[in-house]
Design a protein around this ligand. Structure first.
Ligand SMILES: *Cc1c(COP(=O)(O)O)cnc(C)c1O
Length: 470
């Protein structure tokens, strides 16, 4: 049916309008438009959050910024970052953010403008770091007269999906080191054992998406140096610090995971995660300009400053850069530290309290970032009538989004649940969540029959040879 709305006039109420009384367009653009008020309501009503964003403990991405930051970003909504001749100050501000991050990560680069790039998120930033490593490797192989058609990349099996995309799109072999009960993070020795002359880089993760833990970058750096001496293969590190990049400098400045390590040539992070900016913003920094292949970059001059530009996207919103720079000024080092510390405390509190509930077992004893995962105790799981998927559903009834999922390959039989604590999740809210979890568990324990999700779980386990008796 064609939407024509011919009976509406200025006095027509929004919900009495013909547009509102008809089905929303799904396949074809309506022949005639409607009023801004009606269009607004229709889009707004459809996109109304199903849970309050601050109760969404699944996402890592900022859902809170203060009023001035929000105003600043809204006022910049029409600015395209790439229009640098029109908005040269935005490009300079972007360069300042890159400088600030490079220095937070202890860059040795002495140039006035450090080498880095902005991305829509860590995904774009990771891609750029990966492409640079691949091109550097290729140039080295070419120069040595060796084949350069079989590049590979080594990282933990608990990688974020962007690395799978990167390897697929650039045709690079992804070699993954499985997690084991003894190695809850990347095992450096096992990673080195997968390396060869075709390894473009190893990618440790600070703030592993699946577990919240940090891979030990310093141990990896050492292991790769030892391997270099023994094999002659000089393999660099790109750190995927999507979360950790904004946690470590503030909470563990003494910890070496960044450019202080020899092999760390590039680092990426998400400005919209613990950088505390609304989506989408990511950053990648190189240790020095010489590690950013020429063919990826072009230099431009604004107001006498030389700024290197690199990116997969061309047009992109500028508002996030203003938001990031605002945050740097607004919080300062001490402010960022306080915010991250507050999130860490709430996460540690939840971690401790979850650990006290008899049916649960935390994945790790201590947490590195303000997020953690837990599962049902092995013994408990044998006879339970429910799974963490049931708990996820139950919590959804009170508005919480707390995801349950299975772990990556090798420990993929394990169902875990994850809480990501972000700015905006207070101690009081943690108490509300914990109460809801405890109540749900009490309810599940009174079940007389297994839930559908439990039956499915058992079916899968039986296929793997397990026996159940109830
Ligand atoms: C979130 C995340 C990414 C992807 O980042 P976006 O900012 O969502 O594009 C990559 N790696 C890790 C470890 C992440 O946690």
């Amino acid at each position: 049916m064609m939407n024509t709305f011919k009976h509406d006039n200025l006095a027509t109420d929004v919900y009495a309008s013909e547009a509102m009384r008809s089905a929303a367009p799904v396949e074809k653009i309506p022949h005639k438009g409607t009023s801004p008020q009606v269009a607004y309501r229709m889009v707004k009503d459809e996109t109304y959050a199903e849970t309050r964003p601050e109760l969404n403990l699944a996402t890592f991405v900022a859902t809170y910024m203060d009023e001035e930051a929000t105003r600043l970003m809204n006022e910049a909504i029409a600015i395209n970052y790439i229009d640098e001749t029109e908005y040269p100050r935005v490009a300079v501000m972007c360069g300042r953010c890159i400088n600030i991050l490079a220095n937070l990560w202890n860059t040795p680069e002495e140039r006035e403008w450090k080498t880095g790039a902005l991305g829509i998120g860590s995904s774009e930033a990771c891609m750029l770091g990966g492409v640079a490593a691949w091109l550097r490797w290729r140039a080295r192989r070419k120069a040595a007269g060796k084949p350069y058609d079989k590049p590979n990349l080594v990282m933990s099996a608990a990688y974020q999906v962007v690395w799978e995309k990167f390897c697929q799109l650039w045709q690079i072999e992804l070699r993954t080191v499985p997690l084991t009960p003894d190695h809850l993070t990347l095992d450096p020795e096992a990673a080195v054992a997968m390396c060869d002359e075709n390894t473009i880089c190893v990618v440790p993760i600070c703030g592993v998406t699946w577990t919240g833990l940090d891979d030990d970058v310093e141990a990896l750096d050492k292991a790769l140096t030892k391997y270099h001496k023994a094999s002659g293969n000089d393999i660099p590190i790109h750190v995927d610090a999507a979360s950790g990049g904004f946690i470590l400098p503030f909470l563990h400045p003494e910890k070496k995971w960044d450019f202080r390590l020899d092999r760390v040539l590039s680092i990426s992070t998400s400005g919209h995660k613990y950088g505390l900016v609304y989506p989408g913003l990511g950053w990648v920094i190189w240790k020095d300009k010489k590690y950013l292949p020429e063919e990826m970059s072009f230099s431009v001059n604004y107001l006498g400053a030389s700024i290197t530009q690199v990116g997969l996207n061309f047009s992109r919103p500028a508002a996030q850069i203003l938001g990031q720079y605002y945050n740097f000024i607004r919080y300062g080092f001490e402010g960022y530290k306080a915010v991250q510390q507050a999130s860490m405390e709430v996460a540690e509190y939840c971690h401790r309290e979850i650990g006290k509930i008899p049916c649960f077992r935390n994945y790790a004893e201590k947490i590195d970032n303000p997020l953690f995962v837990w599962s049902l105790c092995g013994e408990y799981e044998k006879t339970a009538k429910w799974t963490l998927y049931d708990l996820q559903d139950k919590l959804k009834q009170s508005g919480w989004m707390v995801p349950a999922y299975t772990m990556p390959k090798n420990i993929d039989h394990r169902i875990v649940m994850r809480v990501v604590v972000r700015q905006g999740f207070s101690h009081d809210m943690a108490d509300m969540l914990l109460r809801d979890i405890r109540n749900a568990v009490t309810e599940f324990e009174a079940l007389r029959y297994p839930t559908t999700s439990r039956l499915k779980f058992e079916e899968r386990e039986i296929q793997c040879g397990k026996v159940f008796t109830h």
